[in-house]
Ligand binder design. Sequence first.
Ligand code: F0G
Length: 459
Amino acid sequence: MEKRSWAEPYKIKMVELLKMTTLEERKAAIKEAGFNTFLLKSEDVYIDLLTDSGVGAMSDQQWAGIMMGDEAYAGSRNFYHMRDTITEYYSYQFTVPTHQGRGAENILSQILIKDGDYVPGNMYFTTTRLHQEIAGGHFVDVIINEAHDPDSDHPFKGNVDIAKLDRLVNKVGAEKIPYVCIATCVNMAGGQPISLENLQAVRQWCDKHNVMLVHDMTRVAENAYFIQQRETGQQHKSVKEIVYEICALTDAATMSSKKDAMVNIGGFLAMNDATLYERACELVVVYEGLHTYGGMAGRDMEALAIGIRESVQDNHMQARIGQVAYLGKKLEDAGVPIVKPYGGHAIFLNAKAILPHIPQSQFPAQALAAALYVESGIRAMERGVVSAGRDAQTGENFMPKLELVRLTIPRRVYTQAHMDVTAESVIRVMKYASQVKGLKFTYEPKMLRFFMGRFEEVA
Ligand code: F0G
């Protein structure tokens, strides 16, 4: 096939200068940070691949929107622009703004989940599962088995195994399942998409059992791009059309706009049911702010409305996913064990395969992320046993099959040369991987321990 380049559909108008550090400085910094890349100072980081959340580069249009902020306490014009944009692009009729994704998860979980309920989902996400648990629910993983296998090259590893949903409903009954929670481009599976066909099957299952379908739409545009590229019969549609179609199959959505929509802060809960909207409005004023700003400034809602439009452009998505795949191919060609297919927002290193001498109880992915920082000042994130946390019932560590380091690519921020440097750094760490030491906790927070946990090297 003829090669199609992914060159960026934009040019650079402003740059942010980066500080370079020495090996000695980085060794001191990671020790000071308790071997947790979340605790590093951003200043000490060269290429920041911790997350794609809130770190995208806004466009000149978005920055112009920032100047158009209507900072009225109630009824800001930017809210109505954002709400109408959400209806136009994502189909949902009602929108409740929140400060970010987890604010929406909190409100939704409190409204819909009763003590002892079960919430099936296509793999867990850290904050999503925690809010379900705080509301009294149990998360049940219904993703296909291939999603837990880093070497499977299934094109839609985000798919739901309908037989797993059937088993759950047979065991607990539909009245114990308030909703099915489906993430598009499943983060913890490696940024892997769900197919339209599978989502339609989930929709049918929900209709049959009279269960709501909730959409974690944090990375819906990336998922839509994969559908366009990979799913039979979808090539003629635009990303924009597929995004709308995905959303229209679901009843409600939680959104962290810090990803797809390229704003620094913001999110929302959206739905079609007027009663659910009413109840969400009652709670948003308790936790976030009035129902027409919910924790966002007017200017942020304006930038978000513009970001939604930019996020569904085909050429944007081609460059976005193209850049991630460029890094993936460099690593794969060098024999680095990574999750396949390449993800939408990140390339995930298989820490179990890179550091086979470190048992999972000594946090190989945490150790690998720290080693990569020391090597070159690149900051990545652990997505393995530390992120998975402990079982709320038994107190035991979850031992996920996937023990990964995420090289997350912010949108429109880094260049191809940064990707080259990143690949070279990972390849260098591979050469002395056998000398990397396991870690143990010196401080373990009770919830979401990956954010602030501290470690030391095992002797
Ligand atoms: N759902 C998914 C799939 C996410 O990836 C995130 C955040 C959230 C919900 C929560 O949204 O951060 O705005 O409160 N993911 C970030 C990450 C933090 O780095 O993957 P939030």
